[in-house]
Design a protein around this ligand. Structure first.
Ligand SMILES: *[C@@H]1O[C@H](CO)[C@@H](O)[C@H](O)[C@H]1NC(C)=O
Ligand SMILES: *[C@@H]1O[C@H](CO)[C@@H](O)[C@H](O)[C@H]1NC(C)=O
Ligand SMILES: *[C@@H]1O[C@H](CO)[C@@H](O)[C@H](O)[C@H]1NC(C)=O
Ligand SMILES: *[C@@H]1O[C@H](CO)[C@@H](O)[C@H](O)[C@H]1NC(C)=O
Ligand SMILES: *[C@@H]1O[C@H](CO)[C@@H](O)[C@H](O)[C@H]1NC(C)=O
Ligand SMILES: *[C@@H]1O[C@H](CO)[C@@H](O)[C@H](O)[C@H]1NC(C)=O
Ligand SMILES: *[C@@H]1O[C@H](CO)[C@@H](O)[C@H](O)[C@H]1NC(C)=O
Ligand SMILES: *[C@@H]1O[C@H](CO)[C@@H](O)[C@H](O)[C@H]1NC(C)=O
Ligand SMILES: *[C@@H]1O[C@H](CO)[C@@H](O)[C@H](O)[C@H]1NC(C)=O
Length: 549
């Protein structure tokens, strides 16, 4: 940040110039830099003294550029909501007596930005993979996964200054359409560049995952609808870790819900991405996700607690081992610490220290049927959440909450009559045994390796969902292994009766779609299902059979 600001142009422009003048100054890359500056200021407000005047200088330039019809390319147009969010943050914290200029800049962005309200309307929303559909919009990026993940914030950002609830409703409906027609049991949607439908062999880009998590946090905060938080949490504990090795030194560009190899692919099932996309490595296919993915968990954690708009209450949004220290309205200093192995446990023990009494809220996930909370060692009481949040009156001093969030095992119908298995926040998959080959090693950092994974065991199974039993083997020392998201490390698993079936490969590198009417070629046997995020080769959508027929 210091470097970028130290090199700010006298006009206010930040970042590199295009010296050969082959393209004009485009605003888009600055949206992201400013998000980063905001996070630094939230962490250390003393940075604001020097940074805010420089941000303002840039904003005044951006306003003039937009008035002159300058500054927008197709990326800046799809992601206009991100810049509006930055301007709204300035409006709330550092308005500089110039609110009108901020709102005018927001309006110019919206006027020239992608009409997400139209893109997300039901009548034109694509219900299948888009590669063979004519795109009715003049920007090819509107059906591109990462742009969709980011663009879904725009209507909420615009709602905040227009108060037009239709915009917010269209984002909420668009979110539902996206997952209905392109969703995955891992929580995310498929877009191997562009929206990719429901088939388990199609890919999801890592950037789609981290951007959708951030968008889910924002949409919850603007709308108050906990469906967004439920999904962001599901993605954080399933789709995101599945795309990284346990150590996080290698990542894929694309993951598949059913993934029997991670290698340079022939045949390649992804219409717009290269054959190296699903190797685990430093920067397979394209480097963007290497730089982008480390914002996923930090933003998830920083959005785990929020305040109510009047700042008198604290809301615990994401369940997990998180803590916060803050000052609420009336100078009420509050510390909260959550002790839990969630999502690898069903209880959370929260210790709250507060100067004054206040109302505390905790999100009750939609997948928990009978949550209870015991306050200060009292009896567990059934919760009665409103809009997904349970309120608890907390006194001054120390309060302890023990929350039970035991979920049920649920099945999700998938294409070709296949099913996916869930238990609460975690999706479960067959973890295919693998061997590995180091394809490449970085000369400067030997831990950064490109890895090919091949299966070393049978993966062609149908399962009988009626036989599922849940196994929990918590660590005796009370501490989860680290890393946790790798082969057979989580303390939770399931046993299910399975039988071997005929299930072909596409090319030599990916599983065909699950056979619709599988017949057993072997006797029933038991297999183990593991949390999806810990599997690197896996089957997550299974054909079914009846073990007792
Ligand atoms: C808005 O977009 C149009 C083309 O779509 C372009 O001609 C115009 O210059 C843009 N305005 C701004 C403010 O960038
Ligand atoms: C609110 O937004 C919708 C969707 O863009 C639009 O059709 C409607 O005219 C807007 N309402 C107002 C009052 O501007
Ligand atoms: C991947 O395989 C393709 C052929 O399908 C080949 O052209 C390419 O060089 C390979 N990429 C790497 C990084 O090995
Ligand atoms: C919160 O924690 C900080 C740091 O440990 C401590 O200084 C402060 O007194 C605590 N506040 C309350 C209300 O317990
Ligand atoms: C929730 O309560 C219902 C009714 O008592 C019971 O049938 C069900 O098994 C409970 N589910 C869990 C996960 O505790
Ligand atoms: C990995 O297993 C496959 C069998 O699926 C085998 O062909 C290959 O040689 C093995 N590779 C290594 C590095 O062990
Ligand atoms: C606790 O036990 C787990 C295995 O169950 C082990 O991986 C971890 O390192 C242990 N942690 C500590 C702090 O001893
Ligand atoms: C699977 O079985 C159903 C019901 O018998 C039948 O309608 C369907 O065509 C079969 N699908 C295939 C691919 O054979
Ligand atoms: C599968 O495991 C269950 C216990 O979870 C056991 O009752 C059953 O006999 C096993 N089935 C087979 C085929 O091994």
């Amino acid at each position: 940040m210091d470097f970028v600001f130290a090199n700010q142009d006298s006009s206010g422009w930040i970042g590199p110039e295009v010296f050969d003048l082959t393209k004009p100054r485009y605003l888009w890359g600055r949206y992201l830099f400013l998000f980063g500056v905001i996070q630094l200021i939230e962490y250390d407000p003393s940075i604001a003294d020097s940074a805010i005047p420089q941000i303002w200088k840039f904003v005044e330039l951006a306003h003039t550029m937009l008035q002159n019809n300058e500054g927008m390319d197709i990326w800046g147009q799809t992601r206009w909501g991100d810049f509006v969010m930055v301007l709204e943050w300035l409006y709330e914290h550092y308005p500089n007596d110039n609110e009108d200029l901020l709102v005018d800049t927001m309006s110019l962005l919206k006027a020239n930005g992608t009409r997400w309200d139209e893109v997300l309307s039901q009548s034109v929303f694509p219900t299948v993979a888009v590669e063979n559909l004519p795109n009715p919009f003049n920007n090819p990026l509107v059906w591109h996964g990462v742009n969709m993940a980011e663009g879904l914030k725009s209507g909420a950002a615009a709602y905040r200054y227009t108060h037009n609830e239709t915009l917010l409703d269209l984002m909420s409906n668009g979110w539902d359409l996206l997952f209905e027609y392109h969703g995955r049991p891992s929580g995310i949607f498929a877009a191997d560049e562009h929206l990719a439908g429901l088939q388990a062999i199609r890919g999801t880009e890592l950037c789609v995952i981290v951007e959708t998590m951030f968008t889910g946090s924002y949409l919850f905060q603007v709308s108050g609808d906990t469906k967004f938080a439920d999904r962001a949490e599901r993605i954080a504990y399933n789709a995101l870790p599945a795309q990284l090795t346990g150590t996080m030194w290698s990542r894929q560009y694309l993951q598949e819900q059913n993934q029997v190899a991670a290698r340079n692919m022939t045949d390649n099932p992804f219409p717009s991405d290269g054959p190296y996309s699903n190797v685990f490595g430093l920067e397979p296919n394209y480097p963007c996700c290497t730089v982008n993915h480390p914002q996923g968990y930090p933003k998830f954690v920083t959005n785990a607690f929020v305040t109510t708009p009047d700042k008198s209450s604290l809301v615990h949004v994401y369940l997990g081992p998180f803590a916060t220290q803050t000052t609420l309205a009336n100078n009420n200093n509050v510390n909260v610490s959550v002790d839990t192995m969630y999502p690898f446990a069903d209880t959370l023990t929260t210790t709250i220290n507060a100067d004054q009494a206040f109302t505390y809220y905790v999100r009750v996930p939609s997948w928990v049927p009978n949550a209870t909370i015991a306050v200060n060692g009292g009896n567990p009481e059934a919760v009665s959440p409103q809009n997904g949040l349970q309120s608890i009156q907390v006194g001054a001093g120390t309060t302890t909450l023990v929350m039970d969030v035991t979920p049920e095992i649920t099945l999700e119908q998938r294409p070709e009559n296949s099913i996916a298995v869930h238990r609460g926040p975690l999706h479960y998959a067959f973890d295919i045994s693998r061997n590995y080959t180091v394809l490449k090693q970085n000369a400067m950092q030997p831990l950064a390796v490109d890895l090919q994974f091949l299966y070393t065991d049978t993966w062609e199974y149908a399962i009988d969902p009626d036989t599922i039993t849940f196994n929990y083997d918590p660590p005796a020392n009370g501490t989860l292994p680290s890393p946790i998201y790798d082969h057979e490390l989580p303390p939770m698993s399931m046993t299910v009766t399975a039988c071997q079936i005929t299930w072909g490969l596409g090319g030599e590198t990916f599983a065909d779609s699950p056979p619709e009417n599988a017949t057993c070629s072997g006797s029933p046997m038991n297999i183990t299902l593991w949390p999806y995020g810990a599997t690197k080769l896996r089957i997550g959508e299974f054909p079914t059979f009846k073990a007792n027929d």
